[in-house]
Ligand binder design. Structure first.
Ligand SMILES: *[C@@H]1O[C@H](CO)[C@@H](O)[C@H](O)[C@H]1NC(C)=O
Ligand SMILES: *[C@@H]1O[C@H](CO)[C@@H](O)[C@H](O)[C@H]1NC(C)=O
Ligand SMILES: *[C@@H]1O[C@H](CO)[C@@H](O)[C@H](O)[C@H]1NC(C)=O
Ligand SMILES: *[C@@H]1O[C@H](CO)[C@@H](O)[C@H](O)[C@H]1NC(C)=O
Ligand SMILES: *[C@@H]1O[C@H](CO)[C@@H](O)[C@H](O)[C@H]1NC(C)=O
Length: 286
């Protein structure tokens, strides 16, 4: 008798992991430093886990010990359960200020459904927000959030599914993130000035991070510019350095954006018109 065929639901097929990449395991003890929060951020389980806490007095957070110029960064996050309205939990890359470059995952708390907020800054200019609804409950379990940043493009992934791309445009109007090394940051902060009030009776708020890993070019010069980089695994093995999106991944982005993206700066005009740089970058990133 032939084995029974397993038929996966269509949504599972569409959302099946598009890549299985072996990453260099990192850990929070050796690769990450708690920089603020006065004891509200804790690293435990041999460096496998990081817990960020926020109460009325303070949030908490930290950053990678080294800066990077290109890399792929993965972490699993379990967001704040219950009424998290007004809180912001983050995983992002950022260079030094001023004129900072930045690649953001920010999770905007809610009393009903979390918002997945992405943004990108080049030379201190942000305003490139794209916001998504989740297709799962991000507070019920850990899910993997990844940033891939190479000389061609930046990709955001959720559980291996690409949700957004920002390509190098090759035109002077649109700067690319390629001159400034960035550190990985994780934080939990009070976003009530931005997204609305926090119900402090629900504090403390706790977000969990697990299994941080990366393969990247580690910056060994002074943090600002013109230092040396040492790259791990940029050639063979997992080929993140030369990665561009496959047709399959482009289709996935299109599908995710169609279904779950509810805000994009590409649709926003300032004073009636979009800037030239916005028109150019939005035309190549869809
Ligand atoms: C969320 O908060 C808003 C504003 O305080 C309130 O109107 C709404 O009913 C709340 N929703 C839920 C599901 O609690
Ligand atoms: C930018 O130039 C590179 C190298 O020629 C090319 O591979 C890439 O596709 C170009 N990007 C865009 C958005 O045209
Ligand atoms: C890997 O990184 C090194 C150091 O930046 C660079 O010289 C080399 O060309 C890179 N290899 C690939 C395949 O991109
Ligand atoms: C952006 O505008 C296009 C064209 O009007 C529309 O089809 C799309 O739904 C809009 N997307 C969002 C996220 O608002
Ligand atoms: C928008 O662009 C059109 C066509 O280029 C121009 O005629 C119009 O004045 C612009 N409007 C604003 C508010 O800048």
């Amino acid at each position: 008798m032939a084995p029974k065929k397993l038929v996966a639901p269509i949504s599972l097929l569409l959302f099946a992991l598009s890549h299985t990449v072996l990453l260099n395991a990192a850990d929070f003890y050796s690769d990450f430093t708690v920089t603020w929060g006065g004891g509200r951020a804790t690293i435990y389980n041999g460096g496998e886990d990081l817990q960020l806490m926020m109460d009325r007095a303070s949030g908490s957070g930290g950053e990678s010990k080294t800066a990077f110029l290109f890399g792929r960064f993965d972490v699993q996050i379990k967001l704040i359960p219950g009424n998290s309205a007004g809180t912001v939990t983050t995983f992002y890359l950022q260079s030094r200020s001023p004129y900072q470059d930045e690649i953001d995952f920010e999770f905007l708390g809610s009393n009903s459904s979390y918002v997945l907020h992405t943004n990108i800054y080049t030379g201190g200019n942000g305003g490139r927000e794209q916001q998504f609804h989740f297709w799962f409950d991000p507070t019920a379990d850990f899910h993997t959030y990844s940033i891939l940043w190479n000389p061609q493009q930046i990709n955001w992934y959720v559980d291996g599914i690409p949700i957004r791309v920002f390509k190098k445009a090759n035109v002077s109007e649109v700067a690319y993130l390629e001159n400034q090394p960035m550190k990985i940051h994780a934080s939990l902060w009070d976003g009530s000035n931005w997204i609305g009030p926090i119900d402090w009776s629900k504090a403390p708020f706790i977000a969990h991070y697990h299994g941080y890993s990366y393969t990247a070019c580690v910056w060994t010069g002074s943090e600002n510019r013109y230092g040396l980089v040492t790259c791990s695994n940029n050639g063979t093995g997992n080929n993140w350095m030369n990665k561009v999106l496959s047709e399959d991944e482009k289709n996935k982005i299109e599908m995710v954006q169609k279904k779950y993206m509810f805000y994009t700066y590409c649709n926003k005009s300032t004073g009636g018109n979009r800037s030239e740089s916005t028109i150019i970058e939005c035309s190549i990133n869809t």
